[in-house]
Design a protein around this ligand. Structure first.
Ligand code: FAD
Length: 430
């Protein structure tokens, strides 16, 4: 019988794919472990780009990484399917059946055994049970949802260009997702107008709705203030301190009894764990379903099960609140585990995870970007804006690509992105 450790990673997002890649290269290649990645999709995309795919200002095909190809190159195995449950007694992940778009069962329920399990299944927006939201709003939580929204936006934009119909869009939630999506839609209208569709901007009513007193509640005030001003300059109606109590086929109902009419409605507020995680038994969960972890990122109830990224909740020592669900936390947790798990398999402890705060940045399409660069380096805690902030925002994605592909291949991808940006249309045009 083989004495290889069976390592299973659930979720090939920012945290899970980086971890599978690193563990595959270090433990899979040397034959020390068999690393398996499980994901319900066939390809990875950088989630902070979803709003650009939703708006049609970036091409998702160009940014996808096929799990099968990455697995073959980096010595891990890819198993398609969604985690349905964990049988901790048998140490098996229960994988739900795969059903085709026509309703045929392609693969039945399966089970995959593990010695060590990493849960990295991400998060979803949280509608807090608000009536009508599930039926009448678009969500931008994964590529499929971003593309579904884009299809509808594209159809509405065609009607606006051809018939002069108004385009009314309302986005609930002015965190990074909502703010960046609003700016991207504005960019889409500008580029579409420059492609000869006439001046579409006067036809657009775009409302950004936020229940907190200000937008970008998780960002420093200076960043939020500058972003709000930029959005207003773009003609976006930014409404803060407004509570949405219901959604229907023509708009949102507000707490004070008034309404915001919108033919396209997006829900981008709140964060909760995906159902498959929130429904797990035998783990300590937060009220929104994230798995509580120790500083080593091991779950509080099972040393062989780790959780990282958005689906986990870690309150650092001395802090009163958990780390935020962000790309930099997910990325750094994956690299921390990739560094320390090989020694842990040989009996050494995993040191506590400490976040290196690289700051918080928000990018308003090509118009501007704002942020701070964290507590390290030359620009620590300094407010930045403009081209430098845009480049810093893009750097996190470029670092992720370098970790997945190595510097040489990542360099070629950056070059091909730069060439595409000059030779292809800047928005979806067909
Ligand atoms: C539009 C948008 C913009 C954002 N902008 C920023 C930003 O500017 N800066 C920033 O720091 N953060 C941003 N974020 C947040 C950031 O994307 C997340 O914090 C980050 O992606 C979390 O990484 P993760 O690996 O935990 O999860 P993800 O990257 O979401 O990956 C989760 C993976 O798990 C898979 N999965 C889910 N359920 C299952 C299951 N049951 N079985 C198998 N696989 C499953 C999914 O298919 C996915 O591949 C943004 C998010 C959105 C939606």
């Amino acid at each position: 019988m083989s004495n290889k450790q069976r390592i299973v990673v659930v979720g090939g997002g920012i945290a899970g794919l980086a971890l599978s890649t690193q563990l595959g290269q270090h433990l899979g290649r040397s034959g020390k472990a068999e690393v398996t990645l499980l994901d319900r999709n066939g390809a990875h995309v950088w989630k902070p780009m979803l709003h650009t795919f939703a708006a049609g200002t970036a091409n998702s095909y160009q940014q996808r990484i096929s799990f099968v190809a990455q697995a073959a190159r980096c010595s891990f195995r890819f198993l398609p399917g969604g985690m349905q449950d964990i049988d901790r007694q048998a140490r098996e992940v229960v994988v739900s059946p795969i059903v085709s778009a026509h309703g045929e069962e392609v693969l039945g329920e399966r089970r995959v055994g593990y010695d060590v399990l990493f849960l990295a299944a991400g998060s979803r927006a949280n509608d807090f049970g608000t009536p009508g939201v599930g039926e009448h709003c678009f969500f931008i939580d994964d590529l499929h949802q971003a593309e579904t929204f884009n299809d509808r936006l594209y159809a509405d934009l065609l009607r606006t260009a051809a018939l002069g119909e108004p385009l009314t869009i309302a986005i609930v939630g002015a965190g990074a997702t909502g703010v960046e999506l609003a700016a991207e839609i504005s960019q889409l209208l500008d580029v579409a107008s420059s492609y000869g569709a006439g001046d579409l901007r006067p036809r657009l009513t775009l409302t950004l709705i936020e229940s907190s007193p200000r937008i970008l509640a998780a960002f420093p005030e200076e960043v939020a203030g500058a972003a709000a001003q930029q959005l207003r300059t773009l003609g976006i109606d930014v409404r803060t301190g407004v509570r949405v109590v219901g959604a229907d086929a023509s708009g949102f109902e507000l707490g004070d009894g008034s309404r915001i009419e919108a033919s396209l409605r997006v829900w981008a507020a709140g964060v909760k764990a995906p159902e498959a995680v929130a429904g797990l038994q035998g783990f300590e969960l937060t009220p929104t379903g994230q798995i509580k972890v120790k500083p080593s990122l091991q779950t509080t109830t099972d040393e062989c099960v780790f959780a990282l990224g958005d689906c986990s909740s870690l309150v650092p020592e001395g802090a009163s609140r958990p780390l935020p669900p962000t790309a930099q936390v997910a990325r750094q947790q994956a690299m921390h585990l990739a560094r320390h798990v090989p020694a842990w398999l040989d009996g050494k402890p995993i040191p506590p995870f400490i976040l290196r705060d690289l700051g918080s940045l928000v990018s308003l399409s090509r118009y501007n970007a704002f942020g701070t660069l964290g507590r390290h380096g030359l620009f620590r805690n300094r407010f930045i804006r403009g081209r430098f902030a845009q480049l810093s925002h893009a750097l996190l994605y470029r670092l992720h690509q370098a970790e997945l592909h190595g510097l040489g291949r990542a360099g070629l991808i950056w070059l091909s992105d730069a060439i595409s940006a000059t030779v292809r249309p800047r928005i979806r045009v067909d």
